[in-house]
Design a protein around this ligand. Sequence first.
Ligand code: AMP
Length: 414
Amino acid sequence: MILTINCGSSSLKYQLYTPDLGEVAAKGIISRIGEAGTSIDHRVGGRKIRQDLPGADHAGALEAVIANLLHPEWGAIGDIAEIEAIGHRAVHGGDTFVESVLVTDEVIAQLEECTPLAPLHNPVNLVGIREARRLLPDVPHVVVFDTSFHQGMPPHAHVFALPYHYYAEHKIRRYGFHGTSCRYVSARAAEILGRPIEDLRMVICHLGNGVTIDAVSGGRSVDTSIGFGTFSGVMMGTRSGDFDPGLIFYMHKKLNMSLSDIEAICYKESGLLGVSGVSNDMREVVEQAVAGNARCALAIDMFVYMVRKFVGSYAAAMDGIDALVFTAGIGENSAYIRSRISHGLEFLGVELDDVANDQVNGAAAIISPAHARAATMVVPTDEEKMIALDTLRLSGGLIGRDPAEVYLAAAVAE
Ligand code: AMP
């Protein structure tokens, strides 16, 4: 079986996949790590088990994962040796990691060097990797980076127009995020369309609490809306998205705000929450807009407008599009937002089948008429599955897996 671990600052998510990756045998989340009220929610079959883990740090959290997976009553394995390989998520691979890799001591050292680029995330990702290697030293560990899918963007898309040495010496460039999601979704979209990904120009709209719009041409990310920090691009739940950077100087110099105050505003108090004054949750913002709240309506108008601008600019970047693909919480669940974004993009060949759009029910679906020049689609994202696929692909030779099975994983992963 393949175990995936997604270690965040105060949470740890895990999924245990059956050997063919066809099913999730068990999964769960440990919440509030390092805070009061740490607990694990473990799911296996139809059962949900919740336990308190007072005082657990990340090491304790991982020990609890293994104990639950081995539990005689609600475990999913009888012996720890049944875990054949472990896949880890890491947020930032800098310009070092252009794809997922097998973990070695050297990889850990290189990942440490990327820490300044993601000071909140990479250290906890590293803790997860180290602890898992300590607990399961004999299995291959693989690390999958959120940034690596975007590493192949051409220089004209990833270099900022600042003095060049900031790029050359300080690695200041567009990195992009949500790469694991966009890679999975673009591969699935091509599969569903029954066309080789090499022939397709897609815009992936990953619309969740975080938002990425990604231009994917021939299976490669060629431009992406998030840049260096994680608040650029389209406005998000609490993040501002793009605004004139001159404002930062104005707020600092004229409004006497500290840089850390401005940073907190851009990341935590802006976006849907900041404009609506009601919530960072799109469901609530839509509900209140329908009930007549003008600021909620404005927040939605802005969100839709920003997404449409990116779709248009990426169509220009790729000389047109063959597919517009919606994913993540808002993209998968809100027919209303999909409709607001898609209508009016007919000049790009986008046409929405409103009935099909309304009938989306959690599964992947094509929501455009067959004659549309560009397919409009909903494809549920599955970052864990992508991590498991990469883990199987990279560790297959080490764990004696059938090459045909590994080949299949490679085909989906590439
Ligand atoms: P994610 O980060 O992918 O979990 O997505 C979270 C976002 O999806 C939140 O803003 C939710 O409000 C939004 N979301 C989930 N379901 C719906 C829905 N039915 N309509 C609108 N937004 C939704």
